[in-house]
Design a protein. Structure first.
Length: 154
């Protein structure tokens, strides 16, 4: 399940929604991202996330389907918020469920690494010094590179 929304989400309720009635799940992995205070505790920071409706959901669905091809998942959920968010607010949640913990853990990490580097969201950070768009970080690209499929010779 993929959702892109302005509203906050209830992690416990979303976990129950994903797992209720499926006794084949032996492991549930989760990641919840929060907005960091970029202004150093002054209370003057925020982040605004923009996206292209329709395109964003389509691309998130494609990467979620890729996770299901790579790992034996019983279920998955990605919720990503957009709009203006304050420090401490939830911004993203990824849940993956599998019969075995390693598949749940690896697929959750895969989805988060993809979201961090490839998802079509644009982040504007506001601090007392002004606003600026967040640039990609090499460390995030390095983390995502571990999931690249090896080239096959034909």
């Amino acid at each position: 399940m993929i959702r892109v929304q302005r509203e906050d989400f209830d992690v416990g309720a979303e976990m129950r929604a994903l797992t209720t009635g499926n006794t084949g799940i032996g492991g549930l992995a989760s990641f919840v991202g929060l907005v960091r205070d970029m202004a150093g505790g002054t209370g003057d920071s925020a982040m605004t996330l923009e996206h292209y409706p329709g395109m964003t959901e389509r691309l998130l669905t494609e990467i979620d389907e890729e996770a299901h091809r790579r790992w034996p998942l019983e279920g998955s959920m990605v919720i990503h918020r957009h709009g203006r968010l304050e420090p401490g607010e939830q911004i993203v949640m990824v849940l993956t469920a599998s019969a075995h913990r390693q598949a749940a853990l690896d697929s959750c990490a895969f989805l988060i690494d993809w979201l961090k580097t490839q998802a079509p969201f644009w982040k504007l950070e506001e601090t007392p010094d002004g606003a600026s768009w967040v640039e990609a970080r090499a460390s995030d690209d390095q983390a995502a590179a571990r999931w690249a499929k090896p080239e096959t010779s034909g």
